[in-house]
Design a protein around this ligand. Structure first.
Ligand code: PMP
Length: 454
């Protein structure tokens, strides 16, 4: 280590910090990597290493790092009105202007926003709102929300319950009652001998099966990410969403499209729902809403739901920081910047086609069983045998690859043996070339390490 401060920070981490989603013993043995600054699509650690951030932080820094106008927006709002709440029949301009801005970008009819502090809080809000909706309609038995195995909707009690991460459920007795899960449309991992097309239909039909099992009269909603992010960038087969839409049209249940990752340009459209032509009733958002510069989330709600909520008396739900004025001001500046620089169109017409084309070249690598993606989000499956899709067992190939990436100046995330990326939306072609070159180098290093083993 060249910087003595690195060790001091690592000591502070051991002594005083409990990190999210972390095995504490493992981290303490190794020491945390300390990230100290960032600019554009690059991070720097405390040792002076420059790292290409292939994950845009946690899928959130859509406009890239170092955007002065977001800083200015926060400072100006802090001077003007650093805090006030939206309770007790008060409001403030930034929250209202932001709600209008989001309504204008969202699919038709999604014209109201309930603000939260995060994506998890957005999904807690979803659960309470859909139950309140049905109770207001005189159908209080419609309480059950159907999610998907390996879906991710946050880490609060409701968020983790709606999500289908078995490891999360195992800690603390989740899911809470009234939440059911169906299989995910993960063709590469679970499609067996079916064609992607047939598997997509099969996975969609699990929704209908579950609605019938639970009873339509007890189902409040179905929640799903347009593309599952944290589950490993599961891009559904083309047949999946059309079939789900067909099923949703048959039954009187609400549809919640969790746009926390897909929202604000990730797919080359403003929302994943526009990419897949989905018609959600509710859309949780966060992350790209502020490009991660400050925490904020929300639920965008369709007018047909709002009409019912209007009759429901007090909706007894809200957060101190719902619509926080500084966060709202940053979100507004972020959206204006996305629009002014035409970043979403640029993703759609320039960088996404380029990234996806180059990313698919990785499928030729001996370690890669599949390369997939949409917009600026993508995944590769690391396998021992491309034909049979057999994995390297017990070798933690994904983690090894991730370590090589870090050591070679690239952040790529491992979900088991699936490597995923979601770079800032401002990444240019040269930086995409760099990302691909580095990914290939790290795949080479990984395969060298594991071949002949596992
Ligand atoms: N929904 C989805 C689809 C997410 O990806 C995430 C975060 N990765 C969340 C919800 C939860 O958001 P937060 O971490 O802001 O609570």
């Amino acid at each position: 280590m060249s910087n003595p401060q690195t060790e001091q920070w690592q000591t502070l981490s051991r002594q005083h910090h409990l990190a999210p989603f972390t095995d504490y013993q493992a981290l303490n043995r190794k020491g945390a990597r300390i990230i100290t600054k960032a600019s554009g699509v690059y991070l720097w650690d405390s040792e002076g290493h420059k790292i290409l951030d292939g994950m845009a932080g946690l899928w959130c820094v859509n406009v890239g790092y170092g955007r002065e106008e977001l800083v200015e927006a926060a400072a100006a709002q802090m001077r003007e009105l650093p805090y006030y709440n939206l309770f007790f029949q008060t409001a403030h301009p930034p929250a209202l202007e932001l709600a209008q801005e989001i309504a204008q970008l969202a699919p038709e009819g999604l014209d109201h926003v309930f603000f939260t502090g995060s994506g998890s809080e957005a999904n807690d809000t979803v659960l309470r709102m859909v139950r309140h909706y049905w109770a207001t309609l005189g159908q209080p038995d419609k309480q059950v929300v159907i999610g998907r195995w390996n879906g991710y909707h946050g880490s609060t009690i409701a968020g983790a319950s709606l999500g289908g991460m078995k490891g999360m459920h195992a800690q603390g007795g989740l899911p809470i009652p009234g939440i059911e899960h169906i299989d995910q449309p993960y063709w590469y991992g679970e499609g067996g001998d079916m064609t992607p097309e047939d598997f997509g239909v099969w996975a969609a039909e699990q929704l209908e099966k579950k609605i019938l099992d639970v009873g339509e009269g007890r189902v409040a909603a179905f929640i799903a990410e347009p593309i599952q992010g944290a589950g490993g960038v599961i891009v559904p087969p083309d047949s999946y969403w059309p079939k789900v839409r067909e099923i949703l049209a048959k039954y009187d249940i609400l549809f919640v499209a969790d746009e926390v990752i897909c929202g604000f340009g990730r797919t080359g459209e403003w929302f994943g729902s526009q990419y897949y032509d989905l018609k959600p009733d509710l859309m949780p958002i966060a992350k790209g809403l502020t490009s991660g510069y400050i925490p904020m989330g929300g639920v965008v709600v369709h007018e047909r739901v709002v009409k019912v909520l209007d009759r429901g008396g007090e909706f007894a739900h809200g957060f101190t920081y719902s619509g926080h004025p500084v966060a709202a001001a940053v979100a507004l500046a972020n959206i204006r910047l996305l629009k002014r620089e035409g970043i979403v169109t640029q993703v759609k017409t320039q960088t996404a086609p380029y990234l996806q084309q180059r990313w698919r070249e990785l499928a030729e690598h001996p370690l890669v069983g599949e390369a997939r993606g949409v917009g600026l989000v993508a995944a590769i499956e690391l396998v021992k045998n491309k034909e049979t899709r057999e994995r390297y067992s017990g070798l933690e190939v994904g983690m090894r690859c991730r370590e090589h990436c870090f050591a070679n100046g690239l952040v790529m995330r491992a979900v088991g043996d699936t490597m995923i990326i979601a770079p800032p939306l401002v990444i240019n072609k040269e930086e995409i070339d760099e990302l691909i070159d580095k990914a290939r180098t790290c795949l080479d290093l990984t395969v060298r390490e594991v071949s002949g083993k596992g």
